[in-house]
Design a protein around this ligand. Sequence first.
Ligand code: HAM
Length: 435
Amino acid sequence: MAKAPLQPPRGTRDFYPDAFRRRAWLFDHFREVSRRFGFEEVDAPVVEHAELYQRKAGEEIVDQLYHFELHDRHLALRSEFTPSLARMVMARQGGLRLPIRWCAIPQCWRYERMTRGRTREHYQWNMDVWGEPDVTAEAELIAAIFSLLDRVGLEPGDVRMRINSRALLDESLREGLLRDRPEAFEPLCVVIDKLDKVGADTVVEQLADPAGAVAISESAAREVVSLLSVRDLEEAAKRAPEGSPAIAELRRLFDLLEAYGVRDRVVFDASVVRGLAYYTGVVFEAFDTAGSLRAVCGGGRYDRLLETLGGKPLPAVGFGFGDAVIGELLEEKKRWPELPRALDALVYAFGETERPAAIGLASRLRDEGQAVELVLGRPKVKRALADADRAGATRIYLLGPDETARGVARVRDLASGEERDEPLAGDAPNPAGIG
Ligand code: HAM
């Protein structure tokens, strides 16, 4: 066989210990924020029924699916967690305490064209609330995102959240441009989500394409694009239908965010619609203020997803927050902490006679919760000492015939070089009963 490739498939990552430590550190923060907000963690298989992801609004995510046939089953690697979550909620609908507050950190797979912070697999922290139609749920989720950003050491000004409501756009179009064609709303959102990326002219062209799913006139398409340029909620209110519920909801959300102390970190931005078809209400995306990276996270309300999958209606809202973009941002801002390996001690036996005592000592230290490498094989002491330094251990325990005869180990502090004797049995009883 030819030599196996050294690199993992393009767009995927290996996690060597140093990278894994960063990942674990980040995930600990995801979990801690979720816990503090009263969310419980769930998971689902990484391989799902492909049909769960097959929606018809022209979303990029559907074209990027990793999917395959196996034993007459059409399966897919999950591209996002929300469909699995919907499946899980639907399977137990009626038996769950509402509102459901669940979080997850799934690995998601998308066959993306790769750019900075955009990979073909990523881990995505999700927090979702099911069964709560009120905007207090959105506020809670947005507050959790800021809590995470603070915990990882970013400054309040480093990331801005842009907020809009699809319901606002829906209200404006339902009475006018899309009066007889509500089914065109989802594909319209998917097209205008690309505004930043492809520019206004391309968006107009796609909206007006007679063969496309939206197929409105060019002047109507320009009108839609002009609606998206609004950056001020009061201006949006002027353009919205009289007594707009979407405007009232957004105002309430901004007031709630004031109470969380994050009002100055969010802005209204009518161009945020999100590229996934299922959103129905408030939508939000956070970006680095310098604007050099893709979205740090994104989410919104999706009150009709369960119905489209055949379940009973249940309102829902949530977000996904990837590990890759935040990783780039922490790198750029030099905010990754030093994360050295945590190794407390090495235990070294000079000879085979001392090995049982070394095993006993290592077992005792491990029972006490210390991270201990027992030196394996029979390296020379000089090599063991040099290796202990390289491993980043704090201490090395040396057990020779003289020490074991006296029931002690020689302990060297690797930073200071100081040595002392320590009883093998320690102060605590030895639960392993060895040594
Ligand atoms: P999304 O906007 O597709 O939403 O992804 C959410 C976040 O996942 C993005 O903001 C980004 O941080 C990260 N992400 C997505 N794709 C990639 C990629 N190819 N490489 C690196 N990071 C990526 C969703 O997936 C929704 N299901 C989120 C949600 C949950 N909405 C409601 N609940």
